[in-house]
Design a protein around this ligand. Structure first.
Ligand code: V47
Length: 357
């Protein structure tokens, strides 16, 4: 049987092919997939499951793009459009408490703010919270900021790094396939450009994550091709830390679909990501999108990271997400322990802060 053949490859540490990946998606033998993915995850991370005490900040939802899957963005002047001043951002950040280690900052592509505003924002946060890591801007925002700055991509990144940028989150990747992308988000940078921006990020010594938005109009082939592009770049740069599949939420979007991806598809996608991305150290379950329970179960499907405490999440909420958007450190530790794993609090770049016995 196909899955036995692929399991032999996994156990022999052999790289899986495109065909293998597609066959895995077509299989409904979820428990075998889980066992294979757990084998790989435990080879890389043992029984450790990571998380970070972080806070998401979305300075504005005003965006010049109109992605059909996005329920968060608004045009200037629309009902519900908002923009935070740097003081508002500092205020919000100060609510995170003393144990916060990461601010995760992403926004819409604002039509008017100058490049200097972004440098000021990073600089002000760094001044006020020197110990907190700033994980900010998707590759899509970086491309936009490079246009605003009038500088080369490399010099734009260097300026942001000087101002305090510590690493990049993995958003904006969606699905790289150009025909899916043109249907979903024609104005957004291409998949090739997303990869080019991330390559430049890694080249100047910053780490990033990578994501894939799944469960909308894409096929299994598109998912596997997306993973293969990431694996190819990682072979070159080794700059990716974690891969995070993002389950599509359809409420208030222009894509008509039943409300959520299924638990079966979520677990399958996480497990297959673990198996295909043999050169990524971490697979992250973003509990805000998956729900706490599927995220916990995913620890038996190749996942070794539960993201963080998050505090307030607007992107998923706008599209019908039902989690509160906040888990305390103790909540996360409890979920991990109940799954028989070892909770490890980390910082953004995976330095260990605390290990629970
Ligand atoms: O870029 C937008 C996606 C991303 C929807 O790097 C949607 O550590 C589902 O990238 N349904 C933002 N997804 C979230 C993100 C992220 C989250 C957690 C951790 C990290 C990390 C990154 O959310 C966007 C887009 O790809 N998104 N709309 C929606 N309706």
């Amino acid at each position: 049987m196909t899955i036995d053949r692929i399991r032999d490859k996994v156990l022999a540490d052999k790289r899986l092919t495109r065909k293998d990946g597609i066959e895995l998606f077509k299989s409904n033998d979820l428990l075998t997939l889980g066992r294979m993915a757990t084998h790989v995850a435990q080879q890389k991370n043992g029984k450790r499951v990571h998380f970070v005490q972080n806070m998401h900040i979305n300075p504005t939802n005003i965006c010049v793009n109109r992605c059909k899957f996005c329920a968060f963005s608004r045009s200037k002047g629309d009902p519900g459009a908002y923009e935070m001043s740097i003081d508002d951002i500092l205020n919000k950040a100060s609510g995170a408490g003393k144990s916060v280690r990461e601010f995760h900052i992403v926004s819409g592509l604002h039509p008017d703010l100058p490049f200097s505003w972004y440098l000021d924002m990073l600089g002000s946060l760094k001044k006020e919270f020197p110990k907190v890591h700033l994980k900010a801007f998707t590759a899509v925002e970086i491309d936009y900021l490079a246009k605003l700055s009038g500088l080369s991509l490399a010099n734009t990144l260097l300026k942001l790094k000087e101002a305090g940028l510590g690493s990049l989150p993995g958003g904006g990747a969606e699905i790289f396939n150009s025909s899916v992308r043109n249907t979903l988000c024609a104005e957004k940078i291409s998949g090739a450009r997303w990869l080019e921006v991330i390559k430049a990020v890694h080249k100047i010594g910053l780490k990033s994550n990578a994501t894939m938005l799944y469960g909308h109009i894409e096929t299994y082939e598109h998912r596997i091709d997306h993973l293969l592009k990431l694996r190819e770049l990682q072979d070159k740069t080794n700059g990716f830390q974690a891969f995070i599949p993002l389950s599509f939420h359809s409420q208030n979007t222009e894509i008509k679909k039943s409300a959520y991806t299924t638990g079966f598809d979520d677990l399958k996608t996480l497990a297959i990501s673990r198996l295909m991305l043999d050169n990524f150290d971490h697979i992250k379950a973003y509990w805000v999108m998956l729900g706490e329970k599927i995220a916990q179960v995913s620890l038996n499907f190749g996942v070794d990271d539960l993201d963080g405490t998050v505090v307030e999440e607007r992107i998923t909420k706008a599209a019908g997400g039902t989690t509160d958007g906040i888990m305390t450190r103790d909540d996360i530790v409890y979920l991990i322990k109940q799954a028989g794993r070892t909770p490890v609090e980390r910082d953004t770049v995976y330095n260990v802060v605390k290990v629970w016995k």
